[in-house]
Write a protein that binds this ligand. Structure first.
Ligand code: LLP
Length: 428
């Protein structure tokens, strides 16, 4: 009889070896003992493999992959992508400072976001970033003023809202006309003509991002046609566009989800781009989740189990401040026991954190055979967990470890109460 496959389904970098879960070749049990819990652990190989799928998709093309660092902005993660030659999609002056700190090439940085301040614009101009993705006509005017005052011309692309339904959670849909993002398709040509007339701006591209955790190719294909229609119209009006930025948004497998592979998706999109005669154009993309989401797990300890009237609760030491996605988007994260079961009768639990809110849950109706002191791994925790973590209930943010093969590097020390209170003034 052949050995059972030790790898978890859809998680090739996580395996059950010798009675406990490993990320690559490092035991999560050992890491938890060394660094405490809750603890985020990331696989470098998973990130590089995810990046390689995009790189295969763009082989032989003039393309730039800008990691959307809001997904996970820890310096140790940014360094992996900087060293792999990626550019970065940033949304604040803070994110700019982070990527510059890991040695990102300024020309490969693009700045998205609906509410850039004048100070952030100035900071990005001084850093000589590659492009500002502008999201409103007022923003064009303000950026022009800031650039003129600095004696510079700001490279700009206008973010188009194509009014396409990405078929994802409403909070992470961004390309519908009711969303705050981008400039409506119908206004786009006018906005480009205005941008081209301003002395402090240099039009370089067009961009679009329709949402996140997209698991089908069709919304991308629909949005692409609308963007290409605009490229044609804008260029016919005499404004050349050097690049097309098609955003991010590709989903990952949280719970048997089957998003297209990055290379398959891009094969389909490139076929359309070629068919419409734009194959030579520089392409930029801004993937976030799909480069880090399944690289990470969060290890947490069971504090108590408690039978309830209607259901059982498994109370763990990670909470909504560490893993905010279930509370915010009713998101599903798989939960695995680190060690073998006890052989007690498994029960169905709601896995919840210590935070004083009923919304503080991590998984509902999970069948577990656990006792206090056991460790659990919350999967798919690489994206939008640590970067969205907070100090709610005065909880210290977790530590983070980056694993590569058999080596494990601490990339963030656990926060301390002193860190938390450092900037506060209690007054007299
Ligand atoms: N580009 C822009 C302009 C974006 O707004 C975003 C994400 C991305 C790229 C990257 O999208 P991705 O490839 O990661 O889907 N906190 C939510 C997700 C928010 C996404 C916001 N924008 C979650 O946990 O599901």
């Amino acid at each position: 009889m052949s050995e059972p496959n030790p790898r978890l389904p859809g998680q090739p970098h996580i395996a059950r070896l010798g009675d406990t879960l490993h990320v690559e070749q490092v035991s999560l049990q050992t890491l938890a003992r060394e660094h405490g819990t809750p603890l985020f652990v990331y696989s470098k190989q998973w990130m590089l493999d995810a990046l390689a799928a995009y790189q295969r998709g763009f082989e032989g093309r003039n393309a730039l992959i800008c990691y959307a660092m809001k997904a996970n902005s820890s310096l140790g993660i940014l360094r992996v992508f900087a060293q792999a030659g990626c550019g970065f999609d940033i949304v604040s002056g803070g994110e700019l400072a982070r990527v510059l700190a890991v040695g990102a090439e300024p020309a490969k940085i693009i700045f998205s976001g609906v509410g850039k301040t004048r100070a952030e614009m100035r900071q990005a101009l001084d850093a000589d970033i590659g492009c500002f993705n502008v999201e409103s006509e007022e923003e064009l005017d303000v950026l022009n003023e800031v650039a003129v005052a600095a004696g510079r011309r700001a490279p700009v692309s206008i973010r188009i809202n194509p009014n396409v339904d990405p078929k994802t959670h409403p909070y992470i849909s961004t390309g519908l006309k009711g969303n705050k993002f981008g400039i409506a398709h119908d206004r786009a040509l006018h906005a480009y003509q205005h941008a081209a007339s301003l002395p402090g701006l240099k039009v370089v591209g067009i961009d679009c991002h329709i949402g996140s955790q997209i698991t089908e190719a069709s919304p991308y294909l629909d949005a692409l046609e609308r963007v290409l229609d605009l490229v044609q119209a804008i260029e016919e009006a005499g404004i050349p566009l050097h690049h097309i930025d098609f955003g991010g948004g590709l989903g990952i497998d949280y719970n048997g989800d089957t998003p297209p592979a990055a290379d398959d998706l891009w094969q389909q999109l490139l076929a359309r781009i070629d068919a419409r005669g734009f194959g030579q154009r520089k392409l930029i993309i801004e993937p976030g989740r799909s480069l880090v989401g399944n690289a990470g797990v969060c290890v947490t300890e069971v504090l108590y189990t408690k039978p309830g009237e209607d259901k059982n609760f498994c109370i763990v030491d990670a909470a909504m401040n560490d893993l905010p996605r279930p509370a915010m988007y009713q998101a599903y994260h798989r939960i695995e026991q680190l060690s073998a079961r006890h052989g007690d009768a498994a029960k169905t639990y709601d896995v919840v954190g210590p935070v004083c809110e009923s919304g503080d849950w991590i998984g509902r109706d999970r069948v577990l055979d656990v006792r206090a002191g056991d460790l659990l791994a919350v999967l798919s925790a690489g994206a939008y967990c640590m970067s969205m973590a907070s100090n709610y209930n005065t909880r210290n943010r977790a530590a983070e470890v980056l694993v590569s093969g058999s080596s494990a590097t601490l990339i963030r020390r656990r926060e301390t109460l002193e860190d938390q209170m450092r900037n506060e003034l209690a007054g007299d």
